[in-house]
Write a protein that binds this ligand. Sequence first.
Ligand SMILES: Nc1ncnc2c1ncn2[C@@H]1O[C@H](COP(=O)(O)OP(=O)(O)OP(=O)(O)O)[C@@H](O)[C@H]1O
Ligand SMILES: [Mg+2]
Length: 472
Amino acid sequence: MSNIDCNILIVEDEALMCELLGSFFTDKGYRVSFAHSGEEAIEQLKEESCALVLSDLRLPGMSGLELLARIQVDWPETVVIMMTAFGSISSAVEAMRLGAEDYISKPFQLDEILITVEKALERRSLRREVRELRAAVRERYNFSNIIGRSKPMQELFEVIKRLAARRDASALIIGSTGTGKELVARAIHYNSDRRDYPFIAINCSAIPETLLEAELFGHQKGTFTGATETRRGLIEEAQGGTVFLDEVNTISPNIQVKLLRVLQDHLVRRVGGRENIPVDVRFISATNQDLEEIVRKGDFRKDLYYRLNVVPVRLPDVKDRREDIPLLVSHFLEKFAKQHGEPVRRFSKEAMRILMTHNWPGNVRELENAVEHALTMSNDEILTPTDLPENVTNPDRDIIEEAAMDGASLAEMERRYILHMLKKMGGHQIKTAEALGIDRRTLYRRLRQYGITEVSAFTDAPIKRAVRASVQ
Ligand SMILES: Nc1ncnc2c1ncn2[C@@H]1O[C@H](COP(=O)(O)OP(=O)(O)OP(=O)(O)O)[C@@H](O)[C@H]1O
Ligand SMILES: [Mg+2]
């Protein structure tokens, strides 16, 4: 920030004082103007608002305090510093109470007033920055940035709007990876009246148990090695705001008990501490596993489950809301174009067909990455299938990845892969064998080996015959 952006209006009826301050601040690079009364100051502000008003408390006509009150209402961005006579502390206190940024008592050193002015201007610019950042974040988590018009998404909007309006209701967001759980949690927070307080996200599975406990609840000095000072936990840090417990299904029984206490009593006790500290936070949790099933198995406390899951929020997989794919695609095309300052591009018909039919195991995140990948791979206005990531155009890879994630044996992986290829080839056995790089007889043998005799899934006549032939 250059000083030139910071014009100062000096309101002072003593000519000598005006001259002194004026030449001093002009030397320091500020733009300075003068008013000899409150009334004159207001006229000048109407002409051009200014960053800072340095006003004497005692003025002819309108008093300094009256001027201050008027500036607060009409020019809230302008900060006011009051110059008070030596000994008039009570007026200075009154000025501060009315919203003056600071005060300085006369007589003062010029260096002293320079520091006071600089500090006030710095606070003003920080406040402005915070305000702008907040507005940007709020804009980002506007409901309109959650894309989807399908039935499940419409239902979702209803639920999250209701949640935003209720500041205390706990919510459990249930959805597969990449469906937007964190996006939704943030949208609820930034549209609730907790928006000006922190949103703190904690990935419960990423932190080892002992650390997680201290992270969540804080700790008292000396409780364990490394606890060299008393620290507040994240729940306390979120005071007034929202705590987002991501992958809540992974928390240990010990932490489950402690969390339950916080949810029930709104009190936090630091690890090793004796004091119960009141906290006002909303809990939003997320899980990509069936938490109800985990409760049934006895690995998650039922009472905590009910506390966390006051309002369940289910996020649909992309493959169950395919009608939203074109919307999501254009949303991301526009978003990236804007980010890179480029004109918006689009996908060819064939590329769009692939995007519409892909299974999207990584959901919206995978789709977003696919769009970004295509934009990076090509310079053309129209993006084609070759610009899409390999696993989207050639989803065979997904089968392998999925099997690996399930910890499937090699044989099981082979079985799934053969089934997948059969489907892909529309049940055509010769093409399937060719695609697999084996001869027809080997394929029959494998089908028999894996007990693929129930072929109702393959309605195509040739394969039925093929399998029957192989079983005989
Ligand atoms: N409905 C949506 N509209 C627009 N963008 C979305 C939508 N859903 C998700 N996204 C985007 O997809 C990405 C993944 O979303 P997010 O991180 O919220 O998913 P998640 O469910 O928390 O995933 P994970 O289980 O892997 O943590 C983010 O960039 C997010 O902005
Ligand atoms: Mg997430």
